[in-house]
Write a protein that binds this ligand. Sequence first.
Ligand SMILES: *Cc1c(COP(=O)(O)O)cnc(C)c1O
Length: 422
Amino acid sequence: MKRRKLLKSLSVLPLAGTIGTLHAAPPKKRDVIKELGIRTFINAAGTLTYMSGCIMDEEVVATIEHTSGHFCMIDEVQDKVGEKIAQLVHSEAAMVTCGAFSAMTLGLAGVLTGNDVRKVEQLPHPAENGMKSEVICQKSHNERYNHAFLNTGCRVIEVETVEDLENAISEKTALLHFLNITANQGKIKHEEWIALGKKHNIPTSIDIAADVPPVSNLWKFNNMGFDMVFISGGKAIRGPQSAGILMGKKNIITAARLNAPPRGFTVARGHKVNKEEILGMYVALEKFVSADHDKEWKMWERKIAVIENAVKSIPGISTKITIPELGNITPTLTVAWDDKLIRLTGRQLRDKLRFGNPSIEAGFSGLPLYHYQAGSDSVDPAVAETLKGGNLIRLTAWMLQPGEEKIVADRLKEELTAASGS
Ligand SMILES: *Cc1c(COP(=O)(O)O)cnc(C)c1O
């Protein structure tokens, strides 16, 4: 497209000699993945960061390609995109961050500094400089991603009951944070959390990083009254993997922007998002909001059924399709087996699929899908035992490209049949 544009502009030039050189063959597309010998694979596991998340929507890729040929002022890009995103998600304001994690750091930084540029430069030392310095969340909501808050210099305080919370609140409290994926584990539910924030005049936030579909979650928590909502761009929304969205109250977003690139001397200078990805994120979100989600869901079910049907009649196999209640909400197939009939561990089967041709990644442990995002097969001794795999693997269809369900079904059947010795 760029080449065509170039030709067009050159064709009005009188220098015929210059044009001649343009008829040379276009440079051959370089296959750098192949060149470096990087393994690519069919992703039947899910939207996992360590597996590079998702395949971006074609329109997102086209947006990135097109916008890369122009200079823009980053603040203007964020202003215009932020306004559009805010409309789509029913928030007062929004900005593109480099992931949900970045949105957490930036949002909290905004709460701490307000529009005071001197305070922006004083982070990550909020307590020493007269700023608030504590975030409160429920114990079951203190997942590792809350590390994002520590980057501002704040501490995270855990509570379990409303009484705990009210005792923990002080003049140091900056934020009351909620994790949607463990909403059913805490004693305090969404609405009560928001009400407690309002009662004590402390902003509330929620991490919904992996919580679409349903698409309505994009606006549900803004409508409910959370002051800030954090979401990933490169999971089910299929935007750039290194993008996310901070949505919420206008005063907080404005202050968060002061802590974000293009400004330096901030804790979040490293959270740079280029214009291509800011605009790509916007296009991804717009497409996601207007997509036919019922149709897509039926497609996932159809693909999962193809895989299930290929293996369910093998002696010793049992299959089950479940839909996680919270987070990564997509039909999820568990294939389990009697190890007296099929001589494999979950991990061995996972490896056979991984090192087969074509390579396939499947979820394999007894842990919920969420937990093996850690990506480490053996690092954490607490989970190492479970990671031996039990006698099951888990599969999802939402990251499969057209036709790949058939390949996964065939390979799975092949390995399970071979191990059943029948
Ligand atoms: C993925 C995830 C994050 C981190 O999101 P990024 O967009 O990768 O920064 C945070 N919280 C939860 C619950 C997640 O699932």
